[in-house]
Design a protein. Structure first.
Length: 196
């Protein structure tokens, strides 16, 4: 299986709290919900839907897993059943089994080794959504195969970014790009083979 990140980011790389004002207020972040206005663009919905429907499940950090569970399972939404039915691999050294969400498997201990083993499993893409700390821990080890980013035409100036200061320099090849009517650029990037 390939590991594919699917996230919303701003022009300055912020990925914190894209969906709701209360989604992630760590460090006093007050700009939550910044992607809501453009994130429902038809092209964005189609791009994400196509990828997620063809995937083999999700690879999630603890915080994203708990937030998604708490939010979508309390909503009357078509996402609830799809998320509950999909396999979910949850990276955490603080959670314990059984996990509260159906079809969830805990990965703990040596996380990079567990993810490397998971990548050897036959199947389609595993998607990481949110989970910034997980992304930043796996990417320098060559364990992320692709990034599908919805780049929003705004700068926030503060917030947790996809690639934090001090991240290992990496080059990428473009897999595909789509411009949307709302100004969001949907871009697929693969780490250049020499960068792995």
């Amino acid at each position: 299986m390939r590991i594919v990140v699917i996230n919303h980011v701003t022009l300055d790389g912020v990925m914190q709290g894209p969906g709701r004002s209360d989604e992630d207020t760590r460090d006093g972040f007050t700009h939550g919900g910044w992607a809501a206005e453009r994130g429902g663009d038809d092209a964005v919905t189609r791009a994400w839907g196509r990828r997620l429907a063809a995937g083999s499940g999700y690879l999630l950090g603890r915080r994203t897993y708990q937030d998604v569970l708490a939010h979508w399972n309390t909503q009357d939404s078509p996402f609830r059943d799809a998320l509950n039915n999909a396999p979910k691999y949850v990276v955490s050294n603080t959670l314990a089994e059984p996990l509260p969400w159906p079809n969830s498997t805990l990965l703990s201990g040596d996380i990079p080794a567990a993810v490397a083993e998971l990548r050897k499993t036959p199947g389609n893409d595993l998607h990481i959504m949110g989970s910034g700390a997980l992304i930043r821990s796996l990417a320098p080890l060559g364990l992320i195969d692709e990034y599908l980013l919805c780049i929003h035409p705004l700068v926030l100036g503060v917030g947790r970014r996809l690639f934090a200061d001090g991240f290992v320099p990496t080059t990428f090849d473009i897999a595909d790009t789509i411009s949307t009517a709302t100004g969001v650029i949907i871009a697929g990037y693969r780490p250049h083979p020499m960068a792995r």
